[in-house]
Design a protein around this ligand. Structure first.
Ligand SMILES: CC(C)(COP(=O)(O)OP(=O)(O)OC[C@H]1O[C@@H](n2cnc3c(N)ncnc32)[C@H](O)[C@@H]1OP(=O)(O)O)[C@@H](O)C(=O)NCCC(=O)NCCS
Length: 187
């Protein structure tokens, strides 16, 4: 078991805050995760129920305590508008990131800013050697965020992703883009 992760003090400045979720956030997380794009392109449960958000809160806090990951809400002007997350592999010193934002704040740079801050913390404060991200090739928003931040497209795995609902083998299959970010590459 790793040591508890210490969040950076800088997570609270310039316009948005990154912080762990609390039980107070359950309703808002449930509301945002009804969005069809979040259900389509992330691995949140589908359908997304209140109990899924209730499970997410202790999972996120336990991961932080155990040094296994940071799953943080993005808050702007006191309102939760998104989520960025990193699962940490302490053996290989690498992190896998993911993210979503509320529909009403999209295309305002919120996710790019939040993921940039998360990656800076991973690479500079924690000394993580490599950050990974997998996106559906058919997800222009997510691919654009990766490219903007300096992630390198390392490959495209053909037909590697089965879109939700999980378990529906007749659901659409799409190509998966593998992105990687090494120290010094973050923009
Ligand atoms: C992908 C997602 C997180 C992007 O969030 P966002 O807050 O809109 O991201 P940003 O505002 O930082 O976007 C940065 C750039 O990405 C590009 N972009 C964002 N959404 C786009 C879209 N739907 N189509 C094309 N480009 C897009 C734009 O170039 C944008 O820059 P702009 O402000 O000049 O338009 C959001 O659309 C989302 O939650 N989608 C559903 C969940 C998801 O796909 N998560 C990622 C799984 S890998």
């Amino acid at each position: 078991m790793g040591e508890a992760l210490q969040l950076a003090a800088s997570f609270g400045d310039d316009g948005f805050v990154l912080r762990p979720p609390t039980v107070e956030d359950v309703d808002r997380i449930t509301e945002i995760c009804q969005d069809p794009d979040i259900q389509r392109f992330t691995r949140v449960p589908v359908p997304y129920r209140r109990q899924d958000a209730e499970s997410f809160v202790p999972m996120a806090n336990e991961a932080l305590q155990q040094g296994r990951g940071a799953h943080l809400l993005v808050e702007v002007d006191g309102a939760v508008v998104g989520c960025v997350g990193a699962s940490i592999d302490t053996t290989d010193q690498l992190a896998v990131v993911g993210y979503w934002s509320a529909r009403e704040v999209r295309r305002q740079g919120v996710t790019t800013g939040a993921v940039r801050r998360l990656c800076r913390w991973l690479l500079e404060d924690l000394g993580i050697a490599r950050v990974e991200l997998e996106t559906a090739a058919t997800n222009p928003g997510s691919n654009a965020v990766a490219e903007r931040l300096g992630f390198q497209l390392e490959g495209t795995r053909r037909s590697a992703m089965l879109l939700p609902p999980v378990g529906d083998l007749a659901a659409e299959r799409v190509d998966a883009n593998d992105w990687g970010l090494l120290p010094g590459e973050l923009r």
